[in-house]
Design a protein around this ligand. Structure first.
Ligand SMILES: Nc1nc2c(ncn2[C@@H]2O[C@H](COP(=O)(O)OP(=O)(O)OP(=O)(O)O)[C@@H](O)[C@H]2O)c(=O)[nH]1
Ligand SMILES: [Mg+2]
Length: 365
């Protein structure tokens, strides 16, 4: 009989650091000689994460168009496609950061329907400190509505283990405060700090990923009305921009400038950013710039360090904003950067919407 594929999901809110964590975890397994495949997921098409992970040399399939729970058959089919050349030892899946109830709608059905093909690993959920502090520690400041916060908390509630990510950004006191709040709210769930970017504490995440699932006798209670409304508060936009110039320009500068201009304009409009990411790419190189919340600095998470005459930019924005406003902000940001950096920017195909109410294939019939 074939050895089952170990299936792991790394959950957590938009911008929590799932893709960064998955890249580091996959590198760890590869260094152990394991064959790893990754599956990304989004409500729309043109995923920055798929390109980012492929640029890192990983074997990546994607499930676009809706979350894993609503596209369960596509998830299983994508893993089948990834297995065509060689069957992976481990599949790491990144669910959409506004998705929850993954145990009932993805993990349990995989166990029940395909338990012979897959060995179901634990659900490790990353806590995003930029929004976690406000939600868990009741600090004041900008953030999301209670319905979007409901999703954030439900993601933590169903976790087998919680990793407080980005500890490199937190003082030891702030990290401890978050761990204490997690211990109060979720006393049966192990929690630890980690920096997916720098690798600090990562051995705990590797340990948690190699552990087993918690015994959950009953499905987590879920209010699908609140979940749907919380998700629909987020405007979703995936779009393309073509960049050209007569003289070579820095791909990193243009990619970062688009994110920075969008962030400034969204702040002026008082719209909370969940995650705004832009990929700039040429045939051989890629840059990624991100903003993960109101007041967070735009940053380059992947630098290309190249100059080029043309590039394709991919914008993935998840913001508590009207999708039409988001689209107008993409156009305005392109005009800003065209003027400041002298690069011609032509906005192409844009998909923008509010996510439709989740209708899981399994688990909540
Ligand atoms: N300082 C710091 N930044 C981090 C860490 N992990 C991730 N980030 C940054 O956080 C931002 C979001 O990281 P991603 O890995 O794209 O987050 P994600 O959860 O995959 O985001 P979505 O797929 O949009 O939900 C990027 O700018 C990363 O560089 C960390 O440990 N420390
Ligand atoms: Mg991601």
């Amino acid at each position: 009989m074939l050895k089952p594929i170990r299936f792991l999901m790394i959950g957590g809110f938009l911008g929590a650091g799932k893709t960064t964590t998955i890249a580091r975890l996959a590198s760890h397994y590869v260094s152990e000689g394991q064959n790893v495949a990754i599956v990304t997921n989004d409500q729309a098409y043109d995923l920055v994460d798929t390109h980012t992970l492929r640029a890192g040399g990983f074997h990546v399939g994607e499930v676009p168009g809706a979350c894993f729970c609503c596209k369960f058959d596509d998830l299983v089919g994508t893993i089948g496609d990834l297995s065509e050349q060689s069957v992976p030892d481990i599949v790491i899946a990144e669910p959409v950061g506004s998705c929850t109830d993954l145990v009932a709608t993805v993990i349990e059905p995989m166990q029940q329907l395909f338990g012979d093909r897959f060995e179901l690993g634990p659900l490790v959920v990353l806590l995003k400190p930029e929004h976690g502090r406000k939600i868990l520690c009741s600090t004041s400041g900008r953030g999301f509505s209670p319905k979007a916060e409901y999703i954030f908390l439900k993601q933590l509630e169903e976790a087998d283990a919680i990793a407080v990510n980005k500890i490199d950004k937190l003082t030891p006191e702030r990290q401890q405060e978050l761990l204490d709040r997690l211990a109060d709210r979720f006393p049966d769930t192990s929690a630890f700090g980690v920096s997916a970017r720098d690798g600090d504490g990562f051995e705990k995440l590797i340990d948690a990923s190699s552990g087993s699932r918690k015994n959950q006798s009953n499905a987590m209670p879920m209010d699908y009305g609140t979940y749907a409304e919380g998700e629909a508060e987020l405007g979703w936009l995936n779009g393309q921009i073509a960049a050209t110039a007569d003289e070579k320009f820095s791909l990193d500068d243009v990619t970062l400038a688009i994110v920075s201009s969008m962030e400034k304009r969204l702040t002026t409009e008082n719209c909370e950013v969940a995650h705004l990411k832009v990929l700039g790419q040429t045939l051989n190189d890629a840059a990624v710039a991100n903003v993960v919340g109101g007041g967070s600095q735009p940053e380059l998470s992947l630098a290309s360090e190249i100059k080029t005459l043309n590039a394709e930019l991919l914008v993935n924005a998840r913001v508590a904003a009207d999708p039409e406003l988001l689209e107008s902000i993409v156009h305005a940001a392109a005009a800003d950067v065209q003027e400041s950096l002298g690069v011609s920017l032509k906005v192409g195909n844009i998909q923008r919407f509010r996510p439709a109410p989740p209708q899981p294939t399994h688990g909540r019939e």
